[in-house]
Design a protein around this ligand. Structure first.
Ligand SMILES: NC(=O)c1ccc[n+]([C@@H]2O[C@H](COP(=O)([O-])OP(=O)(O)OC[C@H]3O[C@@H](n4cnc5c(N)ncnc54)[C@H](OP(=O)(O)O)[C@@H]3O)[C@@H](O)[C@H]2O)c1
Length: 323
């Protein structure tokens, strides 16, 4: 399987253009490499995260990694890097999302690339202070709100919006309204249904955005099976059984997995590739290594996508957010 070649992506000299990206959850895993590459391609990257210490440590490490990679190149091939900035954002609180969007708008007029990457997976059932199931809010609803609040900035420069979904969306075998919370036991089964519904909604969101805002390129991606990220830590930290889960995830990673950096390729292709065009590629889904793929029947169906869109607009309106 050949990956999309990241060296074919365009570089923007920060001395000539100000290109701005915002990556949620850019402090670890796949997001970390997404930020590294955007930074090395000349972008001013806002890394939006909920823990200032974790994000500032990541920014330091990313700068160091970029320096080392540049040192290894011939001097004539060393391009100036962009800029790394921290934006405080907790997706589990809609107030924090609103605040982050407001802060961003006060600092920048345009947003070239928004990457809705942050996520949680297969957590026990819990409800946020905003009244949404935790996986649904973190992976989808909060990103919907963030995107809609930044849309004027994205439209100003005909930017791109990337929704990081998952192959796990295929577990939703028939369409369910997002009001169906699947709060059943055993958690080990039904938590995957909740994750699948949230990740299906991410794909549907990209499709609906592509229809409603065709001046912006909107895509969704599955990054690949990337087993060395923190996404699996709830399961691997469980007392006693955690070691079995750890072993299981390592085994899956060994046979089917890709590295954290390879996990960023699909997102980076969607965000930067000049081969992709609004006219032909809007709403499409890329998978491991940046290859185009077809999402599940449920995620691909536009009636389902429209129902999900309407459900979200109504739920957010009930909480005081109007679009
Ligand atoms: N790894 C895989 O195999 C795989 C497969 C398919 C899809 N994905 C998707 O890829 C994306 C990145 O996952 P990853 O594997 O790189 O996992 P990761 O290392 O756990 O990264 C997840 C990121 O999301 C952030 N996050 C979680 N809850 C948040 C909140 N309430 N507010 C703000 N940020 C929050 C985390 O921040 P903290 O550091 O503060 O926790 C972290 O930066 C996720 O959307 C995931 O569903 C991953």
């Amino acid at each position: 399987m050949t990956n999309f070649d990241l060296s074919s992506l365009p570089y923007y000299d920060p001395r000539k253009h100000r290109k701005v990206a915002l990556v949620t959850g850019g402090n670890s895993g796949i997001g970390w490499y997404t930020v590294l590459h955007l930074y090395m391609h000349g972008f001013a990257v806002y890394v939006a995260g909920r823990n200032a210490n974790r994000v500032s440590r990541a920014l330091k490490d990313i700068k160091k990694e970029a320096k080392n990679r540049l040192k290894a190149l011939e001097p004539k091939n060393r391009n100036p890097v962009g800029e790394l900035l921290y934006l405080s954002l907790d997706l589990a609180q809609l107030k924090s999302v609103e605040k982050a969007a407001k802060k961003f708008r006060s600092l920048e007029s345009s947003l070239d690339v928004l990457i809705n990457n942050a996520g949680v997976m297969a957590l026990p059932y819990s409800v946020t202070e905003d009244g949404f199931e935790i996986q649904l809010q973190t992976n989808y609803v909060a990103h919907f709100l963030l995107t809609m609040q930044l849309l004027p900035n994205i439209k100003r420069c005909r930017g791109r919006i990337i929704s990081v979904s998952s192959i796990g969306h295929n577990l939703e075998l028939s369409y369910f309204s997002l009001s169906q919370s699947f709060n059943y036991k055993p958690n080990i089964l039904f938590t995957w249904m909740r994750y699948a519904m949230a990740k299906t909604a991410c794909i549907q969101f990209a499709k609906m955005l592509a229809i409603k805002h065709s001046d912006v390129l909107c895509m969704s991606v599955h990054p690949g099976l990337v087993m060395k990220t923190n996404l699996f830590s709830y399961w691997t930290r469980l007392p006693i059984v955690g070691i079995f889960f750890w072993f299981y995830f390592q085994l899956v990673g060994y046979f089917f997995g890709v590295s954290n950096e390879q996990g960023s390729v699909a997102t980076l292709r969607a965000a930067l590739s000049t081969e992709l065009e609004r006219e032909w590629d809007n709403g499409k889904y890329l998978t491991t290594g940046g290859r185009e793929a077809k999402p599940s029947y449920v995620a691909n169906n536009l009636d389902n996508a429209a129902s999900t869109w309407l459900w979200t607009i109504h739920e957010l309106r009930d909480r005081g957010y109007d679009f």
